[in-house]
Design a protein around this ligand. Sequence first.
Ligand SMILES: Cc1cc2nc3c(=O)[nH]c(=O)nc-3n(C[C@H](O)[C@H](O)[C@H](O)COP(=O)(O)OP(=O)(O)OC[C@H]3O[C@@H](n4cnc5c(N)ncnc54)[C@H](O)[C@@H]3O)c2cc1C
Length: 481
Amino acid sequence: MAGERDCAVIVIGAGPCGLMLAIELGRRGIPVVVLEEKTSPARFPAANATQARTMEHYRRLGFAEEIRALGLPGDYPTDIAYFDRYVGHELARFRLPSAQAARAMIRTLTGSWSAAELPHRCSQMYIEGVLRAQAQACATVSMRAGWRAVAVRASTDAVEVEAERADGGAHALLRAAYAVGADGAGSATRKSLGYDLIGERGAVRDFLGGRMLAFHFRSSELYGVIPHARAWMYWAVNCERRGIMVAAHLFTPTGGLGYNTAVEDAVNLGWKLAAVLKVWGGGCLIESYEVERRAIAERNTAYARGFADSVGGFVPPPELEDEGAAGAAARKAAGDHLHAHARFEFDIPGITFGGRCDGSPIILSDGTPPPADSINNYVPSACPGGRAPHLWLPDGRSLYDALGFEFTVVRSGPKPPDAASFKTVAAALGIPLAVVDVASEEARDLYGADLALIRPDQIVAWRGNTASGAADVLRRAVGHG
Ligand SMILES: Cc1cc2nc3c(=O)[nH]c(=O)nc-3n(C[C@H](O)[C@H](O)[C@H](O)COP(=O)(O)OP(=O)(O)OC[C@H]3O[C@@H](n4cnc5c(N)ncnc54)[C@H](O)[C@@H]3O)c2cc1C
């Protein structure tokens, strides 16, 4: 019975996924308990690439600038540089902007990088600090540090989570409508529910396949020793050893997609769980999570594997470090390969913005074909199922800053049709809905229709030129059929 529940949702694990889910739910006033077995914040850097789409979500929630201020100094380049040895020859360098430059650049970029935010480089341990503070600032979120979930059981009217203090000192039984396992790669929740991992395991490559060793060190003398221009990521590639210095997981690490995928999982699930708990979400909403996110997770892991093959399969020739013509030729060939690879792995708007939810029961296809999926190229498109195309508004805001927190109907072009019926139906169904006018022809061309229904996670659910079918559109978009 609802009255006996401790909260609406129990989130197990306070990594980026669990914290982001707690924020999405907490901002919607949903009572949440977060169990985290650790008592202190992470002490190791882990992820360092926050992709642009994740930054757009942080912007939607109002803390992108706080995140961008973290990490490297504002004017520090985020280049990826390859050397035979850190004190030897530089083989290739892929130049990327500092945080300061990224802020200015994003307003000038079009095409693949037409976005509200560029990526940001910062260690996960600092980002988790912001996410934790944001979750704790939500009045309905209760963080229980030092509590480990030991069992999850479904009963007829609730989910029960057995928890114990990580020091073994106390036990508790918590009941909620939902429990979400965000407890990482070795997830005990996943195992306890009998779910196995799928996908490729044990890939062996010359590098980035098989056993890897990671360590975290601090040095005040490093820059004095490395005789090269500063970079964010330093690769050493020679016949003895290969290493990456920046500051293991389920995801192949290349591409920096593990944490970013986890954040988008949380964003997708957050609004859906909240909608169902607030009763305006229908029966298909929760099931659409797996349809939408599983396909994207499989896509992203496949891309990450491709990056690992590209860089991990490269074998440094024996003459790479030799002085003289043969060494120079080997370094030129290695540099060309590594530069092309860096462009392939670190300039990925297609992956970042191009993930799609085609085939989802809550996406209303208009029969137009979606743009081809591509790693390095993103084609802005309002074909339902993809990220709402971005544009800057005449007042200098991002279109995303103008969208409502839940659903939004965007009326674009100089003479858009009336969208009042969307408002009427939404009010009747209890769906929070905003209507935003973007009067430019550019917006109309970009969206390819006068009206577009944008979901809370900024995915286009529907587009069309008349609001006459508003009732059917809204009902399906929120999972009623
Ligand atoms: C060196 C390194 C570099 C990386 N670089 C990148 C990158 O650049 N970009 C990228 O996208 N990804 C990167 N990753 C991957 C990224 O760190 C993970 O994908 C990300 O942490 C996953 O987030 P999560 O919230 O799902 O899980 P986790 O971060 O693993 O969080 C799970 C949390 O659950 C807690 N927990 C576990 N079991 C229980 C339990 N029973 N009860 C309560 N709490 C529990 C854990 O203590 C932990 O805090 C990197 C990883 C490493 C190690």
